[in-house]
Design a protein around this ligand. Structure first.
Ligand SMILES: [Zn+2]
Length: 314
């Protein structure tokens, strides 16, 4: 499929089901996800291995752990590493879908969102009318965490910006900013793969993590160089940060805003998504109301960030 929606103003679901399976980054276990159309706004998770459980709508309150990935608690079940799949759905313009899962972690595939974009392309899209957009307060929402921060300011469209600053010369300082459209997402963001650092690999394996990590599904930085070049973009790391930011924002829905993350992490991104969700509750309009039919001024007192999750590794 090459005719993606031209912007994020309309609601779209999938035209038919598609499916992918593969190894989970942290569990090392094979899992499967079937993407299906949804008649309701938002992303809903059901279980292929326990279809009797009710579908669970994803929102920032589901976030259980942001160390290395975004992991959710959904009733009795847990689902890890949702961010690249959610970025693919949101980035391609899919605002509502059912995700039927077998296992406890979304497959990592090649470490980017591209395999999910291909699955969505196989499904095709179906228009569902006017999109529901979360409303932001007139004043910016700012979240600090460690040396990083994330900021969301109302705008006429969605602009995402990210900056990273690593001591490793292979990455160093990178900045990327774009006014997002589905076409630009597919071309410039979706192919950017996840990355890690050589010195952390043994440590993470000892902690029972990244059992599914491999040189073909994650870039590994070794100070001055990469263990597994070539990169898909010279600035692939910061583009991947943008991909992660988009996937975490998808938990609350894409706002019309300029969202900027400096030294972003899943902890920071999901705290920002939670603050946007809180602004809906405190500021009257619920998540899902069309922003252009609602007042765009909320009192600054309503903007609360709450307790922040512990700092996460990049
Ligand atoms: Zn990622």
């Amino acid at each position: 499929m090459s005719n993606w929606p031209c912007d994020y103003n309309q609601a779209w679901t999938l035209a038919r089901a598609s499916e992918r399976s593969g190894v989970g980054l942290h569990s090392g276990q094979t899992s499967r996800v079937r993407l299906q159309p949804s008649e309701r706004a938002g992303y809903w998770v059901g279980w292929l291995d326990d279809p009797g459980l009710p579908l669970h709508r994803l929102d920032p309150e589901c976030v259980a752990d942001t160390r290395l990935c975004t992991a959710l608690t959904l009733g009795q079940r847990r689902l890890a590493t949702v961010e690249h799949l959610l970025a693919a759905l949101a980035g391609c313009g899919v605002s509502q879908a059912e995700l039927w899962v077998e296992g406890e972690e979304v497959p990592l595939l090649d470490g980017s969102a591209l395999p999910w974009v291909e699955a969505i392309g196989e499904s095709g899209l179906r228009n569902c009318g006017r999109r529901q957009v979360p409303v932001l307060p007139a004043d910016p929402i700012l979240i600090h965490q460690g040396t990083g921060f994330a900021l969301a300011q109302p705008a006429d469209s969605l602009r995402l910006s990210a900056a990273v600053d690593y001591p490793q010369p292979a990455i160093g300082r990178q900045f990327f900013s774009l006014e997002l459209t589905p076409d630009l997402f597919v071309e410039a963001i979706a192919p950017a793969r996840t990355f890690g650092f050589r010195e952390q690999v043994d440590q993470l394996l000892a902690a029972g993590l990244i059992k599914g990590g491999a040189l073909d599904n994650a870039l590994v930085c070794d100070g001055d160089d990469w263990l597994n070049p070539p990169l898909r973009f010279a600035d692939e790391p910061v583009r991947h940060k943008l991909l992660d930011l988009l996937g975490d924002l998808a938990l609350v829905g894409l706002p019309r805003a300029h969202v900027f993350a400096y030294r972003g992490s899943h902890g920071l991104h999901t705290a920002l998504a939670a603050a946007i969700a809180t602004a809906q509750v405190d500021g009257l309009p619920p998540v899902g109301m069309a922003s252009d039919s609602l007042p765009r001024t909320l009192s600054t007192a309503s903007v609360t960030t709450g307790p922040l999750p512990s700092p996460a590794r990049p």
